[in-house]
Design a protein around this ligand. Structure first.
Ligand code: G6P
Length: 473
């Protein structure tokens, strides 16, 4: 039996299966997995969903879906083989198209149909999927074990697990923002209540910033009539009290720097230098995700070029927009609009010997590390973001980068006073900030960067995990 368990939809690794049935292992991606991998090690059982055919084959080869020797450095794993149709409705329709949309304020409200009978079936699947996690955790957890449930995929699991195993100490952590009550209450009333009460089934509910924690407490008061203690940070509902914690997540600066000095990154730097010469570099690195606001970032760069012809031929924008969630039509359409917008900038400004924009749409980690190292300006302009680790990785890797940062990113709480903060909807304001960042005097740029570096590395994942475990002690 296990004393510490982590549960998340995506696990630290996934498997691919070749035609001759051989399984190969690869690391999982995303902020949550990068944060937890490498720190959730010895003695920590990680429960996750089987996401691919390879994962399902691995589950069937392992007794009880439990993979003790996965050949990676994060401890044993239990993968849950949830029926594909249930998984699809829970993950794509509810978690990614509904809860993610609500907490990132992404709905196109006048045009989108919202919650009809189809959603009722999807919500049932989300319940089943959360129930499968609760059941597996109840089976695996030792007496009074500590269980750390992660993110919007698993909001119902804490309450379900508590009903099965009242002896456990349960935490839930939200890696996303939390919506204000007037937006959160777009959800059907019983769904909104179930989500809030599901999380309140935990002893400790964690958020990345005070702003998201306060918004969660606002929702509990407004939609459940719960009692929130803002000073002591707790919510009392139906006779139970859940503590509310704020635990920021930063970067392990030494490990990141070491990775960014490996030969594959160095050779990408050489290639990029050949491509851009001694021009100044504005870099952005994102998944092609609606909340990342890539289109407005590109339009702002176009506006900057339009109003500052003195920079023509002297600056290049490297925009990395990696594929994400392509099962959802909104994401496919968004990728197409990013590409259209990039083409318009090319058409308007490119010359025979100057490419103002390099858009990279393939996942290429060493190449993005190379871009960070060479950046003069890093643009991070999400509409809304739980934290945004790109804003923290850039200052660690670039000795002289100025950060243009959306005030709506969680990271703005810690980095805001050393960055150039922008309203992510304000294209002209963003264009002006890009210009200000490029002309920032060298000594100011270095002073700000050193402060950004210190703030970005203050709370590495190890400390974040320890704080979560301490909160349950
Ligand atoms: C980002 C978010 C996490 C989320 C993850 C899921 O990294 O910051 O909150 O859990 O995406 O991504 P996935 O690719 O698994 O849908």
């Amino acid at each position: 039996m296990n004393n510490v368990l982590v549960a998340s939809n995506r696990g630290p690794v996934s498997f691919t299966v070749s035609d001759d049935g051989e399984l190969t292992l690869r690391r999982g991606g995303g902020g949550l997995v990068s944060g937890l991998s490498g720190v959730a090690k010895d003695g920590v059982l990680w429960v996750c969903a089987a996401l691919s055919d390879g994962d399902r084959s691995a589950v069937h080869l392992a007794p009880g879906g439990r993979i003790d020797q996965a050949g990676y450095d994060t401890g044993p794993l239990r993968m849950l083989d949830i029926p594909p149709a249930t998984f699809h409705r829970a993950y794509n329709a509810v978690a990614n198209s509904t809860l993610w949309f609500v907490n990132h304020l992404l709905y196109d409200i006048p045009n989108a149909p919202l919650f009809g009978t189809k959603f009722g079936r999807e919500w049932e699947s989300y319940r089943d999927y959360n129930g499968a996690f609760a059941l597996a955790l109840a089976e695996e957890a030792g007496h009074e074990a500590r269980v750390m449930v992660q993110d919007y995929h698993l909001t119902l699991t804490p309450a379900m697990l508590r009903a099965e195993r009242p002896d456990l100490r349960i935490a839930h952590f939200s890696h996303t923002p939390w919506a204000p009550p007037e937006y959160f209450s777009l959800l059907p009333d019983e769904v909104a209540r179930e989500v809030l009460e599901g999380i309140l089934g935990a002893d400790h509910a964690g958020f990345l910033t005070d702003r998201w924690a306060q918004a969660f407490m606002d929702c509990c008061e407004a939609l459940l009539g719960a009692e929130a203690d803002r000073v002591g940070r707790s919510v009392t509902h139906d006779g139970r009290t859940t503590r509310i914690g704020v635990h920021s997540l930063g970067v392990d600066g030494a490990a990141l720097w070491e990775r960014a000095c490996e030969p594959d990154v160095e050779s990408h730097m050489t290639a990029l230098k050949e491509q851009v010469g001694d021009r100044r570099l504005i870099v952005r690195i994102d998944r092609t995700e609606l909340s990342k606001n890539i289109v407005r970032g590109l339009v702002a760069y176009g506006e900057f070029l339009g109003s500052h012809p003195e920079w023509h031929g002297r600056v290049v924008h490297l925009a990395f927009a990696y594929p994400s969630r392509h099962d959802l039509p909104e994401y496919r359409e968004y990728t197409a609009s990013v590409q259209r917008c990039a083409q318009q900038i090319e058409d308007a400004y490119a010359t025979e010997d100057w490419d103002p924009l390099i858009l990279n749409v393939n996942d290429d980690y060493p190449r993005s590390l190379a871009a960070y190292r060479m950046a003069d300006v890093l643009l991070v302009n999400p509409i809304r973001d739980g934290m945004n680790l790109v804003a923290k990785e850039g200052p660690v890797l670039s000795p002289r980068c100025a950060l243009v940062l959306s005030r709506e990113a969680g990271a703005a709480a810690e980095l805001g006073s050393h960055a150039l903060l922008v309203n992510p909807y304000d294209i002209s304001g963003t264009a002006t900030a890009l210009h200000d960042a490029l002309v920032m005097p060298e000594d100011e740029r270095r002073t700000r960067r050193d402060k950004l570096h210190a703030a970005a590395t203050a709370l590495p994942p190890q400390k974040w995990l320890e704080a979560q475990l301490d909160a349950l002690a």
